[in-house]
Design a protein around this ligand. Structure first.
Ligand SMILES: Nc1ncnc2c1ncn2[C@@H]1O[C@H](COP(=O)(O)OP(=O)(O)OP(=O)(O)O)[C@@H](O)[C@H]1O
Ligand SMILES: [Mg+2]
Length: 249
């Protein structure tokens, strides 16, 4: 399998605070890679650096072998790196459907099976794909996004990112503040998104649920990679789950 993302010796500073202290991380195409770790470990910073919102002080980020370090977020989005942000960032004055269309603004006309499909038609098709994955968003397409439940807002946030047809989807704490049953549903959807062919880099606090869907895991501690391994291996390691993930089954 090809590497879609490589992070090499990454260092990130916020002024005099060094948040990331030289991390190396790889994502194979078609997999789910998770970044776990306690509050303040540097998870969000890592994902925001991949997304271009935060700039690297040292090191390199490669996407499909191409150097993309410190490019602006809109350029990265055009290459297929799209984030569903921590805190969801729903556009409150807009309906569910309008929120999704904002996510699809960059879709262009494409030649599919020898036929040119207009950007407008493409947008409609991708919208239907997203509605297929999240039927609840279709039911509520005309509803003000601000009136959705927390779980529905999370689905909208992920759906909006999918509207840009990401090759690499970045998710920052999709389970934040949601009830256990909804968390399960969201994680099922994430698994489904992978099965439909999108590579995913996910940041989470919910270690156990994440290990169940992830292929490979990095555990960060104070800006460094403390442990890494296949999710299956880490799931078996009760010591590790207790020590680093602050959680037991
Ligand atoms: N804008 C900022 N300015 C200064 N320091 C920051 C900034 N953002 C993050 N930090 C610091 O960088 C470190 C890593 O923060 P980060 O948000 O990446 O952690 P995290 O692992 O995502 O934590 P959480 O689980 O709480 O979301 C923390 O010490 C934090 O205080
Ligand atoms: Mg965070």
């Amino acid at each position: 399998m090809a590497k879609i993302l490589e992070i090499k010796d990454l260092v990130v500073d916020y002024g005099i605070i060094r948040a990331i202290k030289g991390i190396n991380l790889e994502v194979e195409e078609g997999t789910i890679v998770a970044i776990l770790g306690a509050n303040g470990a540097g998870k969000t910073t890592t994902i925001r650096t991949v997304n271009g919102i935060v700039k690297a002080s040292e090191g390199e980020i490669l996407f499909k072998g191409e150097k993309i370090t410190n490019l602006d977020p809109y350029k990265l989005a055009a290459k297929g790196i799209i984030q569903s942000p921590e805190g969801r960032m729903i556009l409150n004055g807009l309906t569910v459907e309008e929120n999704l269309l904002v996510g699809g603004y960059s879709l262009k006309s494409e030649v599919i099976d020898g036929k040119r499909v207009s950007a407008r038609k493409r947008t409609k098709e991708v919208l239907e794909e997203v509605f297929g994955l999240f039927p609840v968003l279709k039911e509520r397409r005309k509803q003000q996004a601000s009136t959705l439940s927390g779980g529905e807002q999370q689905m909208l946030s992920i759906g909006r990112a999918l509207m840009g047809r990401p090759k690499l989807l970045l998710l920052d704490e999709p389970s934040l503040g949601l009830a256990p049953l909804i968390v399960k549903e969201i994680f099922n959807k994430i698994q489904q998104i992978k099965e439909l062919g999108t590579t995913i880099l996910i940041v989470e606090q919910n270690a156990y649920q994440t290990l169940k869907i992830a292929d490979y895991v990095y555990v960060l501690e104070l800006g460094k990679v403390k442990t890494k391994g296949s999710a299956q291996e880490l799931l078996k390691d009760d010591q590790l789950i207790k020590a680093y993930l602050g959680e037991t089954r």
